[in-house]
Design a protein around this ligand. Sequence first.
Ligand code: B12
Length: 207
Amino acid sequence: MSTFQEMAEAVISGNAKKVKEYAKQALAEGVSPQAIINDGLIAGMNVVGVRFKNNEVYVPEVLISARAMHAGMDVVKPLLSEAEVQDKGTIVVGTVKGDLHDIGKNLVRMMLEGAGYKVIDLGVDIAPDKFAQAVEEHRPQIVGLSALLTTTMVQMKNTIERLKDYPVKVMVGGAPVTQKFADEVGADAYASDAATAVEKAEQLMAS
Ligand code: B12
């Protein structure tokens, strides 16, 4: 069998075909979709993130790796949704205004879907008013905000402020976001990764 290491390497080198093959193979061998995502796909993307930060790779390589990662996601996603037993609640997610990063937000969405939530994904560059509109339309219990830029984190504060009169909990995340920041802007929860996001959502739904 291929290892998580090999799957991660295929993400890093941007080989979508191989990532797909490895993911299918792993599923056939009984590996859980969550393990494939966390230990193979995200693990690979994390390495790409560090290399990008160190200027060892540039935007095109990152996009090619992201595409390879998505190819793997496409394989496991139907299985995550199959695990859905019941509709446990509705969660609206989106990347805040000015921010186009969506890889982490998409992972969070998929994990939440896998955990049985109905997730409305608004996409990227979402202004506070748009979040408010979506809350009125879909009546979610939770809104999840993603930000990857220090310059767009302030939009979390603006969005929370905009949503303050709605009966909805707000969960925040993204690489620069911390628990301290989440507390400062009045978020109801913070999670550093997609798996923890599911745990936090469970807690918020129960509270
Ligand atoms: C991929 C990437 C891009 C891609 C985005 C493609 C896409 N479709 O998303 C492209 C090339 C387009 C891009 C563009 C830019 N980028 Co960029 N990018 C990255 C990179 C390399 C990886 C981000 C990523 O996807 N990580 C993998 C995912 C899985 O991790 P994650 O997003 O953190 O998500 C996890 C958690 O944070 C959490 N989470 C995420 N969202 C949420 C939401 C909720 C509700 C919860 C609970 C949890 C949660 O769960 C996720 C899964 O575990 C990072 C470097 C890095 N190490 O983070 C830079 C980085 C974020 N980018 C950066 C910059 C500067 C830019 C640009 C401004 C570059 C430029 N000069 O043009 C533009 C900005 C465009 C814009 N307006 O948004 C900087 C930000 C610096 C800063 N301090 O603000 C970084 C840190 C790189 C760096 N060190 O310089 N980028």
